[in-house]
Design a protein around this ligand. Structure first.
Ligand SMILES: CC(C)(COP(=O)(O)OP(=O)(O)OC[C@H]1O[C@@H](n2cnc3c(N)ncnc32)[C@H](O)[C@@H]1OP(=O)(O)O)[C@@H](O)C(=O)NCCC(=O)NCCS
Length: 241
């Protein structure tokens, strides 16, 4: 099966598509997208790039838009005029989201394998001192179903924030440029510096998270094609309230 194996985490009006890396790529990439493929790219990178663009095309179709999504100078996907969006790929999955710019300033999306081990060293790089208070406390708890989950949440949420803000702000936010707090069912970020005119320091962003499960889809698929994922996502309103 192609598409829709992970339900959209976004509200209506945001196009979302998800594909397995191993799905057949029937997508005929336009020249603007093919131009981004580097000669040095290994087969795996070519495939994830093309699957990402196939997912982007599906997400655009879902909001009645179309057009190539070339790669910008800073690696960012360049969505068609009047559209914002985000792309992610991990182990076996790619996903894309797109929405009209009239509604949203930016979209963020990130997928990580849920069971990936993360070393405590990472928390020193990724977390602010205040985040480390709760992240390191979580890292110290033994025997958890999802060890190091808080650190993975912070890491993934910051990737999503980066993807949602960069195209608007043209500012490469660093890991300490947003500080996160864990709420009951989402994360709340406070920007520590300006990210473009509409997102001054002190702006608050809500980042959702989910744990999609991907089961094997055929007898032959094998365990490496299934698994648990962590997905973070955010949609920044065009006029933040
Ligand atoms: C750019 C970055 C976010 C990509 O994330 P990743 O987890 O490595 O990889 P993912 O598969 O999830 O995402 C890759 C996609 O991100 C998108 N991307 C890359 N650079 C981007 C940018 N400057 N702006 C928006 N999206 C970008 C691309 O679509 C890319 O896929 P493609 O090359 O096939 O088009 C990451 O490499 C990075 O630089 N992280 C550090 C920045 C950060 O997190 N700062 C903290 C902010 S609070």
């Amino acid at each position: 099966m192609v598409g829709a194996m992970i339900p959209s985490p976004f509200v209506a009006g945001v196009g979302f598509a998800c594909r397995r890396i191993v799905d057949p790529v029937a997508y005929r990439a336009p020249a603007e997208e093919l131009a981004a493929i580097g000669e040095s790219w290994v087969a795996r990178r070519r495939t994830e790039f093309l699957q990402g663009r196939a997912a982007a095309a599906e997400a655009l179709r879902a909001i009645d838009r179309s057009g190539p999504v070339p790669r910008g100078l800073e690696g960012e996907p360049c969505w068609p005029e009047g559209v914002v969006g985000a792309l992610t790929h991990t182990r076996n999955l790619v996903a894309a989201a797109a929405a009209p710019r009239a509604r949203l300033l930016g979209l963020g999306l990130d997928l990580e394998p849920a069971e990936r081990k993360v070393s405590g060293e990472v928390s020193r790089i990724v977390c602010t001192p205040r985040e480390r208070e709760w992240v390191d406390r979580d890292l110290a708890v033994a025997g958890q179903q999802r060890p190091g989950l808080c650190l993975k949440l912070v890491f993934s949420a910051k990737e999503s924030i980066f993807k949602a803000t960069f195209p608007h702000a043209r500012v490469r936010l660093g890991y300490h440029d947003a500080e996160l707090e864990l709420r009951d069912d989402h994360l709340e970020a406070m920007l520590q510096r300006d990210a473009g005119p509409a997102l001054p320091a002190g702006s608050r962003l809500a980042i959702g998270f989910a744990f999609p499960e991907l089961g094997p889809w055929s007898e032959a698929s094998g365990p490496e094609r299934s698994g648990s994922y962590l997905m973070t996502y955010l949609a920044i309103a065009a006029r933040p309230t």
